[in-house]
Design a protein around this ligand. Structure first.
Ligand SMILES: Cc1ncc(COP(=O)(O)O)c(C=O)c1O
Length: 375
């Protein structure tokens, strides 16, 4: 294949340019403005059910998580119970505030934080007051069970829904369950602004506080007056225009992602592999389709990775668990099984090309390349 088949790349439609041009025409080239305001309102309307949710558009999802950690009141030395199988951006903002992430193993039905392991983590760290829950690859976690454990231990839930925009759990969109929630518009996400993120909360005053920190903590005065440390975290009005155009196509993107997942599922019938699982009560956004190779099988995930690479198709190993990362070597890890479920998934899993511009022929070619590894 001459053209490289990608894991997940931006898909633009043209509507985005209309909003970007308007920013140019009205000379609103600043980290605030009408596109930022409208993007927040439109996202809030898209996500919320009965209760209004307030958005704050930011330069990245990581910035949103940092503000969420600050809003949750994490201080130096505080333990935060964090999903273990995730991207480092879930854990890093805890450390920015001097907090100490304790990593919690996943369960095998969604590959997300295990409620049983979370319960054990609270037994070990009864003073923990914040939980960072990730919905990996856009698959909803066992959110009700996690919320129930948090409630019992009087802990605040932060939802890292960076990968999960448009996915639903029991009919409600991800990014609306936590006290503070974050989505990402990084270039590889289901919709993108090239780079960006949004903090979401039902607490209007928390949104105002986060806005204040994200705008260099400028006090209300004619001169620059600062009483707290601030950040330059706001999203550009130009970039927010891309987001507004993309949001119009989110459902279309989700449907295309789902088709990709279903085609893989059918294509791999009879092979010793299974797809990344999800709960019946949830509707993932199928951001990335992944396979898990059966335990007894001699084919390793790197065999498939290398075969796909030779075929000019991009794949990626499952996100390496945080407790296995050298940078977090001294952080504790709590598991509910004898051996870590996420170490096992990491050792047998692979994320497959899930780009919505991939044609059916290209996907058939990827499926054939995977099948050839098992011959
Ligand atoms: C699970 C998870 N959390 C956080 C982030 C951070 O988002 P951003 O890249 O917008 O900073 C990402 C992705 O990049 C992610 O996959």
């Amino acid at each position: 294949m001459n053209k490289r088949i990608l894991l997940s790349s931006p898909t633009m439609h043209g509507d985005e340019l209309g909003y970007v041009n308007e920013a140019f025409e009205r000379n609103w080239i600043a980290p605030l403005g009408f596109n930022c305001d409208a993007f927040e309102t439109e996202m809030g309307e898209y996500l919320s059910g009965e209760e209004k949710i307030y958005g704050l558009s930011l330069c990245s999802g990581t910035a949103g998580l940092h503000l969420a950690v600050k809003l949750a009141g994490v201080k130096r030395g505080d333990i935060v119970l964090c999903s273990d199988m995730t991207f480092s951006a879930s854990a890093n903002p805890i450390v920015y505030e001097g907090g100490v992430p304790v990593f919690v193993d996943c369960e095998r039905e969604t590959w997300n934080m295990s409620p049983a392991a979370l319960e054990l983590a609270f037994e070990k760290y009864p003073h923990a007051k914040v939980v960072m829950l990730v919905h990996l690859y856009g698959t909803p976690a066992k959110t009700d069970e996690i919320l129930e454990v948090c409630k019992r231990h009087n802990a605040v839930l932060i939802e890292d829904a960076a990968e999960g925009l448009s996915a639903e759990y029991k009919g409600k969109k991800l990014g609306t369950f936590g006290k503070y929630n974050v989505i990402s518009f990084n270039g590889n996400k289901i919709i993108t602004t090239s780079g960006g993120g949004m903090l979401l909360t039902k607490d209007e005053s928390a949104r105002e506080k986060a806005f204040f920190w994200a705008t260099q903590a400028r006090e209300k005065a004619a001169w620059y007056q600062h009483e707290e440390i601030g950040y330059n975290y706001r999203m550009s009005n130009v970039v927010a225009g891309i987001g507004r155009g993309q949001l119009k196509h989110i459902e279309e993107h989700r449907e295309l992602k789902k088709k990709i997942y279903m085609r893989y599922k059918r294509g791999f019938e009879g092979l010793p592999v299974s797809m990344n699982p999800y709960l019946d009560c949830s509707e993932p956004n199928f951001w990335l389709s992944c396979i898990l190779i059966d335990k007894q099988c001699k084919v390793g995930f790197m065999d498939i990775y290398n075969r796909l690479n030779e075929a000019n198709a991009e794949s990626r190993p499952i996100w390496k668990p945080m407790h296995m990362q050298p940078v977090f070597a001294h952080n504790d890890f709590v598991k509910a099984e004898n051996s870590a479920a996420d170490e096992d998934i990491f050792s047998r899993g692979l994320c497959l090309p899930s780009d919505i511009k991939m044609t059916e022929e290209e996907q058939a070619y990827v499926i054939d390349a995977v099948k050839s590894c098992f011959k």
